[in-house]
Design a protein around this ligand. Structure first.
Ligand code: E4P
Length: 215
């Protein structure tokens, strides 16, 4: 499973990339808005120097607007993935990008039918938002299970990117379902290597080593 970080913060990307576990980055306009003073283009290009896939979201509404942004973003760096919303205009944009060999990520996917539409349009990745379904009292991971089941019947090349991740359980379940990618917020990323028994075990090893040294 590929692991992406869900952030527009360069320092967070640098930190997780230094662990040797990071495959990509997803940004969105809300995440970019949190990084006051940062230049979006410069940040995306810098991130592309650290990982192979960096999603940059178009903000146009019409196909014509999205197409212009897709051309511009993909000219910044070969590792840019054009992120396109799951709308009919977005489908036209995915089809356009696919024909031009640009990588794409379809954002705001909430149903199997949307997943199929995006895949048929040539999307490289689709992003079902599990946390936002959880927020409505549903189990967002059920959507991942349903999409992976549908994918098992066909030969879609489109990768399923579990987005809107809120906890470790989302990441674990994504892996067990065989989802291709999870995009994970920084705080949750820092929890992935942790386990209480690791901490307790290491503390005991250190105490015992102190005892050996004292002999
Ligand atoms: C990723 O590509 C999405 O933009 C992101 O995971 C959305 O997460 P949120 O629902 O926590 O805003």
């Amino acid at each position: 499973m590929k692991l992406f970080i869900d952030t527009a913060n360069m320092a967070q990307v640098e930190e997780i990339a230094s662990w040797g576990v990071l495959d990509g980055v997803t940004t969105n306009p809300s995440l970019v808005a949190k990084e006051e003073g940062a230049n979006f283009k410069d940040t995306v290009i810098a991130m592309c120097g650290l990982v192979n896939e960096v999603s940059a979201q178009v903000t146009g509404v019409t196909f014509e607007e999205m197409k212009v942004q897709a051309d511009e973003y993909s000219s910044w760096h070969k590792n840019v993935v054009v992120k396109v919303p799951m709308t009919v205009e977005g489908l036209k944009t995915l089809n356009y990008c696919s024909a031009k060999g640009m990588k794409t990520n379809t954002t705001l996917v909430f149903s199997v039918s949307q997943a199929i539409m995006a895949a048929k349009s040539g999307a490289t990745m689709i992003s079902p938002f599990v946390g936002r379904l959880d927020d409505l009292g549903m189990d967002g991971m059920d959507l991942i299970a349903d999409i992976m089941e549908a994918w098992s019947h066909y030969k879609f090349d489109t990768q399923v990117l579990v987005a809107s991740v809120r906890n470790l359980e989302h990441v674990t379940r994504a892996a067990k379902l065989g989802a291709h990618i999870s995009t994970i917020p920084y705080k949750i990323f820092t929890e992935l290597p942790q386990h209480d028994l690791t901490d307790k075990g290491l503390k005991k090893f250190m105490e015992d080593w102190e005892t050996v040294q004292g002999k």
